[in-house]
Design a protein around this ligand. Structure first.
Ligand code: ADP
Length: 251
């Protein structure tokens, strides 16, 4: 399914809500293991795109493929998640009464019912993965703390850890650093960069210094506007694009 190096293929996607066109022929691809930043002003269609990918919103027309032959338009929301697409919403949803480790154990066991966490028994391999995840999401020293006591940023990391526990091929992240401190934001960028190559990531963000840190000199940034791709390229390239400048500053 992924032999051509493409994780997500979107072509000419169109979505209208009561005659209002939210996506008007959007096309993009995400490579396997690629970290792609998606930016664009409010109303550009970023959320609608994510909703289409996860099956929450059904497009009116266009192609939407996961790998080379999984047609996401024909798959149910649970089937899409099962196939390896994870989504992180802005608001963290962790079990506050459970510890960090218990939350991750639940995710590793693929069980979303909190009352099973306490009795969760992990295999040796799952235990190793748990340790790896705790390190990866910077929560190693918080493992036995109640998730409810974590800072906002730490809760976001925990939720990302819970998504990673399910080994997604493609991870969609909706404004992951909103509300984070500068230090948390920086560490989140480090976390995402460490995932590159192992997972495909689509990061939707408004925080430009963060996008800059993620994109660096060579990663692609896609700018959406009015339901289409307005510009695509390196950060410096899109920032120098006159249309992009106009959309962000002008009118
Ligand atoms: P973004 O995430 O880039 O801010 P959205 O995808 O949320 O943009 O929205 C794109 C456009 O579609 C907006 O003008 C928004 O008002 C409209 N829209 C989104 N969802 C709905 C909906 N369920 N019903 C009506 N209009 C919607």
């Amino acid at each position: 399914v992924f032999n051509q190096g493409v994780a997500l293929y979107v072509e000419d996607l169109r979505v209208s809500f009561d005659g209002f066109q939210a996506l008007g022929g959007l096309s993009l691809t995400v490579g396997l293991g690629e970290l792609l930043c998606v930016i664009g002003p409010n109303g550009a269609g970023k959320t609608t795109l994510m909703d289409c990918i996860t099956g929450k919103t059904r497009p009116d027309s266009g192609r939407l493929y996961f790998g080379s032959n999984l047609n996401l338009r024909l798959m149910s929301e649970p089937a899409i998640a099962q196939a390896g697409i994870g989504r992180k919403f802005q608001k963290p949803t962790v079990f506050e009464a459970l510890t960090v480790q218990q939350n991750l154990e639940l995710a590793l066991k693929g069980d979303r019912r909190a009352r099973h966490a306490v009795r969760a028994r992990l295999s040796g391999a799952q235990r190793d993965r748990l340790d790896e995840l705790l390190m990866q999401v910077h929560l190693w020293d918080q493992a036995d703390r109640s998730a409810g006591l974590l800072s906002h940023g730490q809760k976001q990391w925990l939720e990302i850890g819970m998504l990673l526990a399910q080994d997604p091929i493609l991870l969609l992240l909706d404004e992951p650093v909103a509300g984070m401190t500068d230090e948390e934001t920086e560490r989140t960028a480090e976390l995402f960069l460490s995932l590159e190559g192992k997972h495909s990531l689509v990061v939707v963000e408004h925080d430009m210094p963060f996008v800059q840190q993620l994109a660096g000199a060579h990663r692609r940034v896609t700018v959406l506007h009015e339901g289409r791709v307005l510009a695509e390229g390196g950060m410096a390239e899109v920032q120098a694009n006159e249309q992009v400048v106009e959309v962000y500053l002008g009118r």
